[in-house]
Design a protein around this ligand. Structure first.
Ligand code: KG4
Ligand code: ZN
Length: 357
């Protein structure tokens, strides 16, 4: 099998890191020829969160159809694929194993090189699918259901972690609060929608600024919302069906205001500390209307450039893995068939610098 690149790249990318099964075909790391995302929301909704075993079982059922559809929509045969890029870490281990093994099988059967991509590099290099593309160095806030981290991206494989959550990810707080309020999963889009119609100053929830650090913390906010709902007779949901004196819209808007104040404050602080002029947001929570509006306003105020991907590229998708995979491809960083998924690996881990899969 050739592991040298031959100029143009057409990458078939696969992401099964969490609960979405996704496959994409990306040309030259910047042009999306197809991007299929099969959501499992209906499966996990009734549990108010992802059930890992159900997620991996669904990936097994659907992955072949999703990959075939990606190739059909791109109008590309396996013979034209330069490499297969797959998320190998981090994520739910049972889910990662399905995507990795599927990618290995196609790579082996078609004699196509294999590339192992770190999921957060996908969220960062979603930036290469944008127009314009941010120049290095840029600040990247990756904010999703599993992660809330700020990185200074100085080049491919050259990342500094500016801050990271010490407990829950922001998206996790959204999902847990939605569950407490009796909404479905994922909680982020539902809370966001209600928040748009509510008063963000109705309830003053805490903001964990942790002024001596660039880290984040959202578990205290989650507990504060739980205590508030308890006191307001909303948790567990009022047995007598009496309406609470607080409107859902106001609770959601006040919770969202707390999350966004912290995220935007940290971005502002990091821009100052790192003297950066470009900020990217990505990950599911970057689809949030409050964050998108807040960053646009902040960038105008600070005179910096904000890079806000379209919503469908903020949430998990394989096109971003294809964009990152292209960088591996042009740097001849290929994996072999021993590629072994891992649930937890940081992109600033020294092994990531030499990562060949
Ligand atoms: O990036 P993603 O699809 O998967 C992970 O890598 O975690 O992010 C999913 C997370 C969920 O927690 C979901 O509630 C949150 O992103 N999310 C949102 C919004 N859309 C998705 N959170 C706030 N506002 C939104 N509009
Ligand atoms: Zn993600």
């Amino acid at each position: 099998m050739s592991t040298k690149n031959n100029g143009e790249s057409i990458i078939l990318a696969i992401d099964t890191s969490c609960d979405d099964t996704s496959a994409a075909v990306v040309k030259e790391g910047k042009e999306i020829l197809s991007n299929i995302v099969s959501s499992q929301n209906e499966i996990h909704e009734k549990f108010g969160g992802i059930v890992p075993e159900l997620a991996s079982r669904r990936h097994i059922e659907i992955i072949q159809a999703v990959v075939s559809e990606a190739l059909i929509q791109a109008n590309i045969g396996a013979d034209r694929i330069s490499a297969i890029a797959v998320t190998w870490a981090p994520g739910l281990i049972g889910s990662l194993i399905v995507g990795c093994n599927f990618a290995k099988a196609i790579a082996y059967a078609n004699k196509i090189p294999l590339i192992g991509v770190h999921h957060l590099e996908g969220h960062i290099y979603v930036s290469n699918l944008m127009n314009p593309v941010p120049r290095y160095p840029f600040l990247a806030l990756v904010v999703s259901g599993g992660h809330t981290s700020l990185y200074l991206v100085k080049g491919f494989k050259n990342y500094t972690q500016t801050g990271v959550t010490r407990d829950d990810a922001a998206g996790e707080a959204y999902d847990k609060v939605a569950k407490m309020m009796g909404f479905g999963y994922p909680g982020g889009p539902l809370i966001d929608k209600l928040a748009c119609k509510g008063n963000p100053r109705a309830i003053l929830f805490p903001r964990a600024y942790m002024r001596d650090s660039m880290d984040f913390s959202f578990s205290g906010l989650k507990t504060a919302v739980r205590n508030f709902l308890n006191k307001a007779g909303r948790y567990p949901l009022q047995a007598d069906g009496e309406p609470s004196e607080y409107k859902d819209e106001d609770i959601c808007a006040s919770f969202q205001a707390s999350v966004m104040d912290v995220l935007l404050n940290k971005i502002k602080e990091a821009v100052k500390r790192e003297k950066t002029e470009r900020v990217l947001i990505s990950g599911g929570v970057a689809a949030n209307s409050g964050l998108r509006k807040g960053l646009t306003e902040l960038s105008d105020k600070l005179g910096i450039e904000a890079f806000i991907p379209p919503k469908n590229l903020c949430t998990d998708n394989a096109a971003m893995i294809g964009a990152a995979g292209h960088l591996y491809y042009i740097n001849n960083l290929f994996a072999d068939n021993s590629l072994n998924p891992k649930a937890n690996v940081s992109i600033i881990d020294p092994q990531m610098r030499e990562m060949k899969g």
